[in-house]
Design a protein around this ligand. Structure first.
Ligand code: NDP
Ligand code: 2IT
Length: 437
């Protein structure tokens, strides 16, 4: 850990992600010291390749803008690098490194052959015209196209990257390379996208949460649910949580949160967010009886049975976690990547709250991306029901494998440790098989 901190100064999110995994692996390396002796852990914390590039583009006023682009190809032991692209002003190398590191274990947990990678830019799509977003995406892909490919590295969406951005990037890749291959996932349905990919992360999150609840004789039925964010993951988590019998009463964006005691009207949210790209506050124009509060962290003070953080990293701190516990929360499952601080996780675990860590709970998105890759390779497409059923089975297996690994290593019910261990073992065995490389 000391070496990781010294070699990656000023990257607290990356340190946090590595620390959590290394702590979980202590009982594993006790049993299997070769993982340390043969250098597997040292290799694992060092990305195979970091690509950092200039992204110049011209805005609507004819002015040249310059952003920074990143792709971190972290680990390819079990498959081509796979992971999303994040476009958000907060993006710097440390954010992409933490996300790429987490992706290694998450992708391994899916049981599918995908390595770990992540990329993005400090470009902010908010407030930009479609033409500006297109010019940025084309410039970004002009450089990225040298480094990715259907059997090499397959990016997808994340914060600030949805169907629109993937479309512009896929079009540019196709044009530059004169090839039509599955280089990106999350594509539109008319050009190789998989049915149910859009819904997959949110649906998968609820399938995972449902497994956790069932193991304790509970379910979503009749439960009050609070979900942060109002982007891709939050919207489809709301849809599935509601279908499973829960009542979602709150959603947020980076400006504030809405509370609707009658249950969120998802059609209104889809219209505001997916169609009009407006702020969540607009919900009040559809439902004046709902309330809007400025500031996003206050959402965790709403009393609920199930909390699904689906916005961003470190959005639940110790104080918010204590408030949730005090208000009787029964389960927390992470749709976002690393949304709970280490102190928050500790608070939940100490209080006996069911806790589903991101690597396991939000793996449905990337799992369905891998199903999109399979369909692209076969040049055919499965129905929504087929993909959704595969997704459901994958989430059940992830829960089972994480729970079993936790038990096998003497940490029953600790899904954080279980997910880290189960994800690690497959990657580490492969790395051992390759020798030093
Ligand atoms: P979107 O861009 O669709 O939505 C992001 C949502 O989170 C928006 O409501 C946004 O609000 C809010 N948000 C973003 N940054 C912040 C911030 N700093 N503070 C408060 N709110 C913020 O992204 P996704 O829904 O795709 O991603 C959400 C989370 O899920 C991320 O952590 C992502 O890494 C993770 N994830 C996504 C997967 C996917 O398939 N898309 C798969 C697995 C994990 P605003 O509009 O105001 O910025
Ligand atoms: O964090 C994630 O797993 C994602 N953003 C989805 C990655 C993918 O390749 O589908």
């Amino acid at each position: 850990m000391a070496k990781v901190i010294a070699r990656n100064p000023g990257e607290p999110e990356f340190h946090q992600a590595v620390m959590e995994v290394l702590e979980s692996l202590e009982p594993v390396v006790e049993k299997r010291p070769e993982f340390i002796e043969r250098g597997v852990i040292d290799e694992l914390v060092e990305p195979e390749r970091i690509i950092k590039f200039r992204v110049p583009w011209v805005d609507d006023n004819g002015k040249v803008q310059v952003n920074r682009g990143f792709r971190i190809q972290f680990n390819s032991a079990i498959g081509p690098y796979k992971g999303g692209l994040r476009f958000h002003p907060s993006v710097y190398e440390g954010i992409i490194k933490f996300l790429g590191f987490e992706q290694i274990f998450k992708n391994s947990l899916t049981g599918l052959p995908i390595g770990g990678g992540k990329g993005g830019s400090d470009f902010d799509p908010k407030g930009k015209s479609d033409a500006e977003v297109m010019r940025f995406c084309q410039s970004f892909m002009t450089e990225l196209s040298r480094h990715v490919g259907a059997d090499t590295d397959v990016p997808a969406g994340d914060i600030g990257v949805g169907a629109r951005e993937i479309g512009y990037m896929f079009g540019q890749y196709k044009r530059l390379r004169n090839e039509y291959t599955g280089v990106l996932t999350g594509k539109g349905l008319t050009y190789g996208g998989s049915l149910a990919r859009k819904e997959a992360t949110g649906y998968g999150l609820c399938y995972f949460a449902d497994e956790m609840l069932r193991a304790r004789g509970m379910s979503f039925e009749g439960k009050t649910v609070v979900i942060s964010g109002s982007g891709n993951v939050a919207i489809y988590a709301t849809e599935k949580a509601t279908a499973l019998g829960g009542k979602v009463v709150a959603l947020s964006d980076s400006n504030g949160y809405i509370y609707d005691a009658n249950g969120i009207d998802l059609a209104a949210v889809k219209q505001i967010k997916e169609v009009e790209r407006k702020r969540i506050k607009e919900y009040l124009t559809y439902h004046p009886e709902a309330t809007y509060t400025e500031g996003c962290s206050g959402i965790w003070s709403i009393k609920c049975d199930i909390a699904l953080p689906c916005a961003t990293q470190n959005e639940i701190n110790e104080e918010s976690a204590k408030t949730l516990v005090k208000n009787g929360v029964k389960a927390v499952a992470e749709g976002a990547n690393m949304p709970s601080t280490p102190e928050a996780i500790h608070t939940f675990q100490k209080a006996g709250v069911l806790f589903g860590p991101a690597k396991a709970a939000n793996a449905g998105g990337v799992a369905t991306s891998a199903l999109e890759m399979s369909q692209n390779s076969m040049r055919l497409s499965w129905t929504f029901e087929e993909v959704d059923e595969k997704l459901h089975n994958i989430m059940r297996n992830i829960y089972k494998n994480a729970a079993k690994a936790a038990e096998d290593y003497g940490m029953k019910d600790n899904l954080v440790a279980g997910a880290n261990i189960a994800g690690f073992l497959k990657v580490a065995e492969s790395m051992l098989a390759y020798g030093v490389c």
